[in-house]
Unconditional design. Structure first.
Lengths: 278, 291
């Protein structure tokens, strides 16, 4: 029998896993987003509105929020095509802060006071979504589409020259990533049964990026390892309680110095057909 | 009323200008976004605060904040930038992000997460010019900013060190062929940038008479928007963009509601990034990794 405390941790892992995957999918095309908490916030508020105010059941509400955030992601993805590297990072950071600021002003959804009334969901629900989407990403990684995404990541000009539609690939990745972040947000809202704009700040976007970079930025399950690391590690390093963020910051720098691809990479799965295909 | 808002906006804008100069020194010369600058700004504020509480005079407090932040900037350059010099530009940005997480955590543990308040008696005198009331503190912030910007301009435009900085910014490889030590210039850029961020931190601490560990995220990050609006490859664009954003923000608070101001500032940044990436002033430099 699991205690409430550990159940809460497990739920956090699932929600963070989805957030990390949302960054991972976009990063796979070579685009770093520092604003995915914005998509998460959109998902959280939209799902909550649908279940609480409109009386829609959770599953369709999550799907609607995912589609809506995905559409916004595509809309963001088009202008983002003009930007690269740190410029894209700055623009997405700005987008995330704009969403937070917008939610603060959304009086219909409580504004700065936050929004509540959602029904608490079980860990089984969270993990059905988290596991399902992780599986979806892993399956995607074995597809032709993923090879095309890697090609855009490695050399966009060359990918364009061999006839790949780099626009659709990059914009599609943005939309898919946004949809995943929205589901993460919807689950977050129905796990904590209370949301406020501060939940979807820059720090949240950074958590997602941290989980991906630490866990492994070249392979989907890396996001799972990263999410586990960020949530579970502090439990075993109680003496670090006050200093865990500093520890993660230091870990990030060390990881970038010695193993830039993160803990997991394809080499660890060297026997699978996937690594030969790559 | 409008003049009062302008004065308040210019004070905030002065602080933005200093932080934006700090960002654009590193960005313009090395092409790297040092995200830890937002936290160097916060840290400078705490150092200056400690100096003021120790009854040191304000100019000394300013120097303490600058020196403290510059020292941390040296560590960031050695650990967070040098090893990543030949990696994609996003990698050093992530390592500076690691530093900003560390610095915020350290500040929270050392000084607590509640705001520290300055005692009232520090520079609470107000001068009234017709309808406008200016506090001695606002004058100090504005005056110190003007002096610091003038000093920076002198160093960059009139000294051999500054010439080396500009040479590396123009073309790193050619500058090295001509005998400029790129390593030393890089370190210098980080030190100058750290000192400016630290000074801005001391000034904002004095201005609000309070400081929290979260001021880096609340105000420091917005200076990225100021830098973008001024033009990322033009160091001096911040001189126009800082006051502009400061005034725009204060006017938004006064006439639109305080909650919408971040929306306006970041929205402006995104529009500039997309439509006029060289900044509002424009400029000849089109190179860089944007495309």
């Amino acid at each position: 029998m699991m205690s409430t405390y550990y159940a809460g941790l497990l739920a956090d892992v699932g929600i963070l896993l989805l957030g990390a995957l949302s960054v991972y999918v976009i990063l796979a095309t070579g685009q770093l987003s520092l604003g995915n908490a914005g998509f998460m916030g959109i998902g959280a508020y939209l799902t909550s509105y649908l279940t609480v105010t409109a009386g829609v059941p959770l599953t369709p509400a999550l799907l609607i929020a995912a589609f809506a955030a995905g559409a916004i992601g595509v809309l963001i993805g088009f202008p983002a095509l003009r930007l690269k590297g740190i410029y894209l990072a700055m623009a997405t950071l700005g987008f995330g802060e704009m969403v937070r600021s917008f939610l603060l002003n959304l009086e219909a959804m409580g504004g700065s006071g936050g929004f509540h009334g959602m029904r608490h969901i079980s860990n089984a629900t969270i993990w059905a979504w988290a596991g399902g989407i992780l599986l979806l990403v892993v399956i995607l990684e074995r597809s032709q589409v993923w090879l095309e995404m890697r090609a855009v990541h490695d050399d966009e000009t060359a990918a364009g020259l061999i006839g790949l539609n780099t626009t659709i690939i990059k914009v599609g990745a943005f939309g898919f990533g946004a949809a995943i972040a929205a589901i993460s947000g919807g689950l977050f809202a129905h796990h904590h049964v209370y949301i406020e704009p501060g939940n979807f700040s820059f720090e949240r976007s950074i958590d997602f990026v941290l989980a991906v970079i630490l866990g492994g930025s070249t392979i989907g399950p890396g996001a799972l390892v990263g999410a586990l690391l960020l949530v579970i590690l502090p439990e075993y390093l109680r003496f670090l309680a006050e200093w865990r963020f500093a520890a993660f910051g230091a870990l990030l720098i060390v990881m970038l110095l010695v193993r830039r691809q993160g803990l997991l990479d394809r080499g660890l799965f060297g026997l699978t057909a996937r690594s030969r295909a790559a | 009323m409008i003049f009062q808002q302008l004065v308040n906006g210019l004070t905030l804008g002065a602080v933005y200008t200093l932080i934006a100069l700090s960002f654009s020194l590193v960005m313009g010369i090395l092409g790297v976004l040092n995200l830890a600058i937002a936290e160097l700004f916060m840290l400078g504020g705490y150092f200056g605060f400690a100096a003021v509480m120790a009854k040191l005079p304000l100019p000394v407090a300013l120097l303490v904040g600058m020196a403290g932040a510059a020292l941390v900037a040296i560590v960031i350059e050695k650990v967070g930038y040098q090893p990543f010099r030949d990696t994609p530009v996003v990698t050093p940005m992530l390592s500076t992000l690691g530093f900003s997480i560390i610095l915020q955590n350290v500040a929270t543990n050392v000084w607590g997460s509640d705001p520290l308040q300055l005692p009232d008696e520090v520079l609470s005198v107000r001068f009234t010019f017709g309808p406008v009331s200016v506090s001695a503190m606002q004058l100090t912030v504005l005056g110190a900013t003007v002096v610091l910007v003038a000093l920076l301009a002198f160093v960059v435009q009139r000294t051999p060190i500054g010439r080396a900085l500009r040479a590396v910014a123009e073309n790193r490889d050619v500058a090295r062929l001509l005998g400029v030590s790129a390593g030393r210039v890089t370190l210098l850029a980080f030190v100058l940038s750290g000192a400016l961020a630290g000074a801005a931190g001391v000034l904002i601490g004095l201005h609000y008479a309070a400081i929290t560990p979260y001021i880096g995220v609340e105000i420091g990050l917005k200076a990225i928007a100021v830098m973008v609006v001024g033009g990322t490859t033009r160091i001096w664009g911040a001189l126009i963009a800082g006051p502009l954003i400061g005034v725009a923000e204060v006017l938004t608070i006064a006439y639109g509601g305080s909650q919408i101001r971040d929306f306006v500032v970041y929205g402006f940044m995104i529009v500039i990034l997309l439509l006029r990436p060289q900044g509002i002033l424009g400029g000849a430099r089109t190179q860089g990794q944007r495309v």
